[in-house]
Design a protein around this ligand. Sequence first.
Ligand code: HEM
Length: 83
Amino acid sequence: MIVRRGFTAPPSFHTPMLREATLGHFVEVITNGRGAMYSYADRVPLEDRWAIAAYLRALQLSQHAELRSLGEEDARRAREALR
Ligand code: HEM
């Protein structure tokens, strides 16, 4: 939507760099802005910034998770689902 209205395109959250970014990085970007992105510090309370960062990580993991990062039971279920 922002691109349709003439704004710079935001990056995908699924790039290797942003997959490896810390939650603190996301909070920092929301707090201070970055490049074309404005700061949202005056509109999003700090606690919500951390909650958004945690949700972003969940979205990233929903598209890319290593089998070896899972516990035994989850790994077994994932292997079954992939069969
Ligand atoms: C709280 C919600 C948001 C989060 C968590 C977020 C997060 C991020 C992150 C992680 C980046 C990449 C920073 C990096 O290169 O390391 C980024 C870039 C960007 N975001 Fe956001 N963003 C949010 C809201 C928005 C909104 C509402 C807009 C548009 C109105 C926006 C526009 C952009 C743009 C254009 C960039 C690219 C900036 C550049 O490289 O020049 N973001 N954002």
